[in-house]
Design a protein around this ligand. Structure first.
Ligand code: ZN
Length: 258
């Protein structure tokens, strides 16, 4: 066990994942494991702690792949389904550990309560329904996980507020289209930055590759990893070869230590 952060990319794909069901696009047909991308999420571990950022529809498979026995909590970026749809699959953790802490903006908590009412209803609870411990995340309010401090980073996904998170020298941002200067200051010189890059063409609510690279230059991390990737970005190996030396495409099951 070590106090260093270990970050495992559980999924690096955009909302439909790669391959897309029924698609005959060459990237969707690729046999390179790095071109297969589950919905976006990371596992952040240190010492005895394991947290995930987001809990999308592939959460169960991701927990099985990495043989995760214990989960200390879920940090949410926003309420879109590719980031939240797997919440029911906390059940095995709930049965072993009791209610699972979740961390989210109040708007996201409201959305989760509506969609997973049986998890949040304390009255007449269905036997076997899991429970969560609610922790509200606020802009400019750092919070503690285990022995580490987490700084929420406020970004915009078109017009929707989204939280990214900085934990020590690691910053994770997904579904970003814009960020204001005060928030940018909070993440400058992170050692490792993870940020979304959807595709080559512009998109209304996500950075494309060019915007992600410009943003990385502003943050100036030692190393950056791109995530939330669409099949339209291209083949992993071809895109990776075009990137600056300190920027990499993340891929599913990649683990880094910070
Ligand atoms: Zn998304």
């Amino acid at each position: 066990m070590t106090n260093n952060l270990r970050v495992t990319f559980l999924g690096t794909g955009t909302s439909q994942g790669i391959p897309i069901i029924g698609s005959t696009h060459p990237v969707c047909l690729s046999e390179n494991p790095k071109d297969k991308r589950l919905r976006v999420s990371v596992l952040v571990s240190w010492d005895k702690y394991h947290y995930v950022i987001d809990c999308g529809p592939d959460f169960r498979q991701q927990m099985l792949t990495h043989n995760i026995q214990h989960l200390d909590g879920i940090l949410y970026t926003h309420e879109h389904s590719d980031h939240t749809a797997g919440l029911d699959d906390i059940r095995p953790f709930f049965f072993r550990q009791g209610s699972i802490p979740i961390y989210a903006h109040k708007r996201v908590l409201k959305s989760l309560k509506k969609r997973f009412d049986y998890i949040f209803n304390e009255k007449d609870k269905y036997p076997g329904a899991p429970s969560v411990q609610i922790n509200r995340v606020k802009k400019n309010s750092p919070f503690t996980l285990g022995n580490k401090t987490v700084l929420p980073i406020n970004v915009l996904h078109n017009k929707l507020q989204v939280f990214g998170y900085r934990i020590e020298d690691f910053t994770y941002l997904t579904d970003v289209k814009s960020i204001d200067d005060t928030e940018l200051e909070k993440i400058k010189h992170s050692k490792v930055l993870v940020v979304n890059a959807l595709r080559i063409q512009p998109h209304i609510s996500h950075f494309n590759l060019e915007e992600a690279l410009e943003f990385i230059n502003k943050v100036n991390p030692e190393t950056a990893y791109l995530t939330h990737i669409s099949h339209l970005l291209g083949f992993h190996d071809e895109v990776e070869a075009m990137l600056p030396p300190n920027v990499h495409l993340a891929f599913d099951n990649l683990t880094i230590t910070i």
